[in-house]
Design a protein around this ligand. Structure first.
Ligand code: DGL
Length: 255
């Protein structure tokens, strides 16, 4: 049995899930959040499905042992690899996983020319291919951006280095796409560089707000909403104390 004053556990491979935590706090400011970033093992995107599933299950185990009424998997890669296993392992806990926001793209541009930026694992998993089949009107280009997660982890996403890294990846799409779905929770932090390289015509979309609304809906249905005082606890698997300071800075950063 879960209680209202337990945490909402929020998990990502590192600091990216803070882009989702921000949306959660916007819609549920009076909740208690326990954020766990697995930066010691990031990036997940180049790992095998089995490795990511094992890392995600072990993080979920830790979060639940600390007293969580809900888990938000604020990592598209971990959702793709582990959401089914998590739901089997914890059938009595609210579990919400972020996915690339293709539905939002299809609602806005039903016949659109859409880019999906995500990790290698997210783009190759079955889950993503099933999602694509649901929106046959969309012309979808899968875009990988190797190195971008690492830049965000290092706090370098608003530096010229981000543009240098992204220029060869995004310049072929400049002015050609209606929207780009940011299908990795680290990427919204690099929105300025991404938007500049793609050009004004391209709208940037992500699943953060939708994930927060879904969490609110599930907690309301389970009668598990808490009425404050809200709090945010930040934890990380990396022994480097700079990670927590960076995490707090990202929480405050305008996107
Ligand atoms: N933030 C994660 C996502 O949403 C993945 C980053 C990584 O490769 O670790 O996909």
């Amino acid at each position: 049995m879960h209680t209202k004053n337990e945490y909402i556990g929020v998990f990502d491979s590192g600091l990216g899930g803070i882009s989702v935590l921000k949306e959660l706090v916007k819609v549920m400011p009076r909740e208690r959040y326990l954020y766990f970033g697995d930066s010691a093992n990031a990036p997940y995107g180049n790992r095998t499905t089995e490795q990511i599933r094992a890392l995600t299950l072990s993080a979920a185990d830790m979060l639940l042992s600390r007293g969580c009424k809900a888990l938000v998997i604020a990592c598209n890669t971990a959702t793709a690899a582990a959401i089914t296993a998590l739901r089997c392992a914890y059938p009595d806990t609210v579990i919400v996983g972020i996915e690339p926001a293709l539905k939002v793209a299809a609602d806005n541009f039903p016949q659109g020319n859409i880019g999906v930026m995500a990790t290698a694992l997210t783009l190759r998993e079955e889950k993503f291919h099933q999602q694509l089949e649901r929106f046959p009107g969309l012309q979808v280009s899968a875009i990988r951006a190797p190195g971008l997660v690492e830049l965000v982890e290092q706090g370098l996403h608003n530096t010229p280095q981000a543009e240098t890294l992204l220029e060869p990846v995004l310049s072929p799409y400049r002015g050609r796409l209606d929207a780009v779905v940011l299908g990795c929770t680290h990427y919204p932090f690099a929105k300025k560089a991404i938007g500049k390289l793609l050009g004004e015509k391209t709208v940037l979309l992500d699943g953060g707000a939708g994930t927060a609304r879904e969490t609110l809906r599930r907690l309301t249905n389970a009668d598990l909403l808490y009425d404050g005082p809200g709090e945010i606890q930040m934890e990380n698997s990396s022994p480097d104390p700079a990670l927590i300071a960076r995490a707090m800075a990202l929480l405050e950063e305008d996107q």
